[in-house]
Design a protein around this ligand. Structure first.
Ligand SMILES: CC(C)(COP(=O)(O)OP(=O)(O)OC[C@H]1O[C@@H](n2cnc3c(N)ncnc32)[C@H](O)[C@@H]1OP(=O)(O)O)[C@@H](O)C(=O)NCCC(=O)NCCSC(=O)C[C@@H](O)CCCCCCCCCCCCC(=O)O
Length: 661
């Protein structure tokens, strides 16, 4: 039982209410034993907590994920769970919404028994064995709360954690407040639970989070412009895969495959790099084995320098250095080394997948599988199809992503695909704001206050500033031989900020070099500190270019960075790079740390109001006519002209034939 029907939350509810039902079961004189197989989530677990005993199958999972939907467990979960397992463990489960295995549930005291057999049959036998036992001590609502001496401290810390993790989300904080009420007698605690639930239930945040829940499922129902789609295309089984190139991304991808039980050939061309990768990958895998407490066959991965092992794999994921010529050469080699049916996938984050496909003898079997760093942690996968990718290849990559525990989003090939394409105008605005008077920490603080996991400059330092530098060089925007622009700097006819290039030229490449937009405690350090050198550098730059610094408020930072990103999102839709806006929201929430409680950038635009987004873009465009990314997209204009229809109707307004595919 996966809890309440989430779709019902936006409709009038029918049927008996859950709370009185659970209370009635608990108060009954007949012992009730919950037999738990599969999932007991949300209202499902709350129902089980109202029963007098709980028997779980060893593969069952239990949890209270309401917080991820912007809610709290409001069928007594916040009152019964702390009574059963204590405040600290209950707070952890309720604030994070994480699921626990049956084994862990037994250790925590949530279930009375775990079985390998049919849980229903075991529960019936169990019920017979307890039929004469008194039930008084089995009614959790009557238990006095287990209040440890330092409960105030525990609640304080939980509240701080909820604020920090939530990045502006209300539900984690309400979860702590509801659990706190479990100190009170049950009926009073329940009143508090209902009050908090009522406050959250109709909130915009809950609506946005529920939209995220369904969006992450909707993207699985992919389609391509040629009519191929999820229910008319068959994925191939992947019995063995290869990862070529064992840098940071390749290592993470190899770990994902092994954790999913897929045998992996992990290949490098350099002995030293291979050994370094072997150490890191094995250490990561052993950590996972300990964490998950599962038996994992570490022999599933074979490290090698030899291409001959590639003959036996069903799919290759290439993760070599981001260089088109190098990748094309590798893809040409793979064509002759691999079996003719082997799928060839690239993990490029922005190179042209069509060009790579052309280098092979099987362009129909080439797709992009764009993982996000750290690949073994981030849940997003962009599956990039070209004009020649076969439905079977796309279905296989999508299915493999799901198997690896990712949410896969099918996107058409275009520069930067979806995520990085939308990121470009956002990063660009941040650079302009520095020129105009802001500091990296002012910009980041505004973005983090909005709820982004990391501001743009901290994120760039983490990824490595050389990544974007290489892309700009390849695009002819900077580098040797490219003439320096005028004041204000311009390149290719438009405003261009060379600040990031200048920073890179100083050898400041971000965390890995100990400095970038911020200062770190040393190479590889994580703690970003404002850097007086950067401030002096910016002042000097503005002086040389005759730029009068001005004070830039939080609102301008948000509008220029976020609305520029959203505007590019509308262009992505116009070009039909994805099927609909939910794909963009899923990509941003799962891959770029966009706050889920705002739904994602496109949903957020709808909430702010499309006329407002348009109006502000028009305003900034007037002020900065040399920045094309601030020019409102035709789709945005059209949607506003049509009265700002709801997000699920946006695609209806794209003119036929506008696709660039
Ligand atoms: C269950 C899963 C783990 C399964 O995962 P899997 O990967 O196998 O499959 P999918 O995720 O693809 O799902 C398949 C399919 O099923 C749909 N689905 C799954 N769960 C639900 C659900 N709970 N509701 C609706 N639909 C669901 C899913 O969308 C897929 O269908 P699709 O067509 O989209 O392909 C996984 O699905 C999962 O994790 N599910 C969510 C689990 C969850 O979050 N449960 C908690 C639900 S909330 C809840 O239970 C609340 C309780 O605390 C009860 C509260 C009672 C009080 C209620 C009312 C109080 C109102 C007070 C307001 C007063 C108002 C006022 O004052 O005015």
């Amino acid at each position: 039982m996966s809890g309440a029907d989430i779709r019902e939350f936006s409709r009038p509810m029918t049927g008996p209410a859950l709370v009185p039902l659970i209370d009635a079961i608990e108060a009954g004189e007949k012992p009730v034993v919950a037999a738990i197989e599969g999932m007991a989530l949300g209202g499902g677990l709350e129902l089980a907590l109202g029963c007098h005993y709980r028997i779980a199958h060893s593969k069952a999972q239990l949890g209270l994920p309401e917080v991820t939907l912007g809610l709290i467990p409001a069928a007594g979960g916040t009152q019964r769970l702390p009574r059963l397992i204590g405040f600290p463990a209950a707070l952890d489960m309720i604030i994070t919404g994480r699921r626990v295995s049956a084994g862990d549930a037994l250790k925590l005291g949530i279930v009375d028994q775990v079985t390998e057999r049919n849980a229903g049959e075991v529960a019936v036998a169990f019920a017979r064995s307890v039929v004469d036992c008194p039930l008084v001590s089995r009614r959790l609502s009557t238990w006095p709360p287990l209040c440890p001496a330092d409960l105030d401290n525990i609640l304080q810390m939980a509240l701080a954690r909820a604020w920090q993790r939530g990045r502006g989300a209300l539900a984690p904080v309400a979860c702590v407040q509801a659990v706190q009420a479990a100190r009170l007698p049950y009926s009073q605690g329940m009143q508090q639970e209902q009050k908090l639930m009522s406050m959250l239930f109709a909130s915009p945040q809950a609506r946005a989070l529920q939209y995220c829940f369904f969006s992450q499922r909707a993207v699985g129902k992919w389609s391509m412009p040629n009519g191929a789609c999820w229910d008319n295309s068959t994925a191939r089984p992947i019995r063995k895969a290869a990862v070529i190139g064992l840098g940071t991304m390749g290592r993470g991808i190899a770990v994902c495959l092994v954790l999913a039980g897929i045998p992996v050939i992990a290949m490098e061309t350099d002995e030293k790099q291979l050994e370094a990768a072997r150490r890191v990958v094995m250490a990561l895998l052993e950590k996972e084995v300990q964490k998950l407490a599962v038996g994992l066959h570490l022999g599933l991965i074979h490290f090698t320098l030899e291409q001959r092992y590639l003959r036996e794999v069903d799919l290759v994921i290439e993760a070599v250095f981001e260089d088109l010529a190098l990748k094309k050469q590798l893809f040409a080699e793979l064509s002759s080394v691999c079996h003719p049916d082997t799928l060839l996938c690239t993990n490029t984050s922005q190179l042209d997948v069509d060009q790579l496909a052309t280098a092979t003898s099987r362009p129909d079997l080439v797709v992009g599988m764009h993982f996000f760093a750290p690949a073994n942690k981030i849940k997003l996968l962009e599956v990039v199809f070209t004009s020649r990718s076969s439905p079977e290849a796309v279905a296989t990559a999508m299915q493999l992503g799901k198997w690896l525990g990712k949410v896969s989003v099918a996107v058409a090939n275009c520069p930067g695909f979806v995520g990085n394409r939308m990121l470009r105008p956002y990063v660009e605005q941040a650079g302009f704001l520095l020129e105009e008077g802001a500091t990296p920490e002012q910009v980041d603080s505004a973005l983090e206050h909005f709820g982004l996991a990391m501001g743009v400059f901290r994120m760039s330092d983490l990824s490595g500033l050389d990544v974007g530098w290489r892309v700009r060089k390849a695009a002819g925007l900077t580098g040797p031989g490219v003439p320096q622009g005028q004041l204000l700097q311009t390149q290719q006819g438009y405003r261009y900020s060379p600040l990031a290039d200048l920073i890179c030229q100083k050898g400041r490449l971000g965390q890995k070099t100990g400095c970038g937009w911020y200062l770190y405690e040393g190479p590889g350090g994580h703690m970003a500190r404002p850097d007086p050198w950067v401030h002096a550098f910016l002042e000097e730059y503005r002086r040389v270019h005759g730029l009068q610094p001005r004070s830039i408020g939080q609102q301008e930072v948000l509008e220029r960075c976020l609305f520029a990103l959203i505007n590019e999102g509308f262009r992505v839709l116009e070009d039909r790079i994805v099927m609909d806006p939910v794909a963009l929201d899923v990509i941003y929430v799962l891959g770029y740390g966009w706050p889920a409680h705002t739904g994602g950038p496109m949903y957020y635009a709808g909430e702010v109001g499309l006329p407002r987004v348009l109006g502000r873009l028009e305003y900034y465009q007037r002020v900065h006519p040399d920045i094309p990314h601030l020019r409102p997209s035709a789709l945005l204009r059209q949607l506003v002209a049509k009265g700002s229809p709801p997000i699920h109707k946006w695609m209806w307004h794209i003119e036929e034939g506008s696709s660039r595919l």
